[in-house]
Design a protein around this ligand. Structure first.
Ligand code: IPE
Ligand code: IPE
Ligand code: MG
Length: 236
């Protein structure tokens, strides 16, 4: 049997398990998030090294506001800290940063820091890094539908011409190819409202290790596994 070698352009990661990683060590959950940031830096670096075009990381979901405010606040603080500390290196490595999600309802300083980094890296031609912050797949679709309805009502578009491609162009991810591979560590076998439209035909890869323990070797293992998959898209 021949094995088709799939191309891989876009990997999306649900970085999960930070809290459990910390709890198992008797540490506060925020220490798990810190360790998670360390892991994500390695994955960003490795993605650049192997010449991956697109990496999307799920950082904070529209449902994560349900967590105690102390955790939400420390996650927001970590996000700012990450941008402030890593921006120079991201720039030096040619990373182009983008945020998907509802930026408007983030604390002003978080938003400002993200916007500054987006602007500072916008001309870069290396790894295209999307961070999903205050992101929800359903929220994204609701926003798209509202804008499409507005544009149809005002005559900017013709409702009869709404198709897949048009809907895509209204999503946060407009212009970005769908993920080829979605990775979720931590043992949970679910999508948790991540990229619902975009993962229609993505390959899924799960592992039991918590995100802070996830290494570039694990990342490569997922990619190697992906190469062995037979993507049929409903065909034969
Ligand atoms: C993922 O780790 C990070 C975020 C959701 C912000 P968790 O905080 O969900 O860790 P667990 O799942 O509780 O272990
Ligand atoms: C998904 O993880 C969101 C992020 C990794 C940012 P969660 O920990 O929020 O997901 P559930 O609650 O286990 O589904
Ligand atoms: Mg979790």
């Amino acid at each position: 049997m021949s094995i088709k070698r799939n191309d891989i352009r876009h990997v999306a990661v649900i970085m999960d398990g930070n809290g459990r990683w910390a709890t198992e060590r008797g540490l506060p959950r925020i220490q798990g998030h810190r360790a998670g940031v360390a892991a994500l830096k390695e994955i960003i670096k490795y993605s650049g090294e192997i010449g991956l075009e697109y990496l999307t990381l799920y950082v904070f979901s529209t449902e994560n506001w349900k967590r105690p405010s102390i955790e939400v606040n420390s996650l927001m603080g970590l996000l700012i800290e990450f941008v402030e500390k890593e921006l120079e290196e991201l720039k030096a490595n040619g990373v182009k940063l983008m945020v998907i999600g509802d930026l408007e309802s983030l604390p002003r300083n978080v938003r400002a820091s993200l916007e500054r980094a987006i602007l500072a890296t916008e001309k870069n031609k290396g790894l295209h890094l999307s961070v999903a912050v205050n992101y929800g797949g359903r929220d994204e679709i609701v926003r798209a539908v509202k804008r499409i309805a507005d544009d149809a009502a005002s005559g900017r578009i013709d409702a009869a011409q709404i198709d897949d491609r048009m809907i895509e162009s209204y999503l946060y991810t407009a212009g970005i190819p769908d993920p080829d591979l979605v990775i979720r560590p931590s043992g949970e076998l679910r999508i948790s409202n991540f990229l619902l439209w975009q993962i229609a035909y993505s390959e899924l890869w799960f592992s039991n290790c918590y995100w802070p323990d996830f290494t570039p070797e694990d990342f490569q293992r997922a990619i190697d596994d992906y190469y062995r998959r037979d993507r049929r898209y409903g065909g034969l």
